[in-house]
Ligand binder design. Sequence first.
Ligand code: DGL
Length: 277
Amino acid sequence: MPNTSGHFNRAPSALIFDSGVGAISIAREIRRQIPGLTLHFGVDNGFYPYGNKSEEALRPRIVQFARAMMEKSQADMLVVGCNTASTLALPELREVLDRPVVGVVPAIKPAAAETRSGTIALIATEGTVNRIYTRDLIRQFANGQRVINVPAPELVRLAEAKLRGETITAEDLAPVLHRIFDTAGGDKVDIAVLACTHFPLLREELDTFAPRRIRWLDSGTAIARRVRWWLNELNMDLPDRPAPSMLLTSAEDTDQRIALAFSEFTPECHVVTDCAK
Ligand code: DGL
């Protein structure tokens, strides 16, 4: 029987979509706040990394695969667990999907409200840093505070390496820390916005190897709150325990690296390649 949301009676679920392991930082926060929600993962490993790809190539790709993975998982909502994708494709995703779409927004507004020094760093992929969406967010919400843009594509690779079990060293992080703290105004930064979902996975290392204590702010908590809001809106009752997770990849996970990275959610793995437009 359909329930009040129009969907059939089964455990409520969300599909978290990203190019890679960034989905994990979002999933951990959702699991912490909403333990009964079933989480599925859509990983576009066939097009990873997103950060350096053109908008023309990325937009249709994201819509095509997120849509196919929603179809396959039958999830009740899509969580775009990727800033690079959210800042680019949210309107199209909302247009083609008949279920709620929750996107990640770089935490510029709370950072600007909470900075004491008046200088924040925005750390993201090149794509997100340069996006009109991001420029508009700064214009609307930075309230005259100084925003230092720090493209940090290497952190995406390092987060993937960490989840494969590699150790991240001070030397690995030195170039990006240099770009945050040793640039003009860098001595005043008191909050760094982690505007890529891969980056919270490196929070401990960033904190340890930074030359001084600052706050590293991400959007995970806000996303989980928004997901909960939608569950209430849809009148979805949650069971005590989630149903098993599905891990959908856009290309074969030949060396099992993705399955290993997501193993804390013990998902069942499938490849989704049948994504005709
Ligand atoms: N996790 C993604 C983000 O939030 C993208 C990383 C990438 O593929 O470059 O931007």
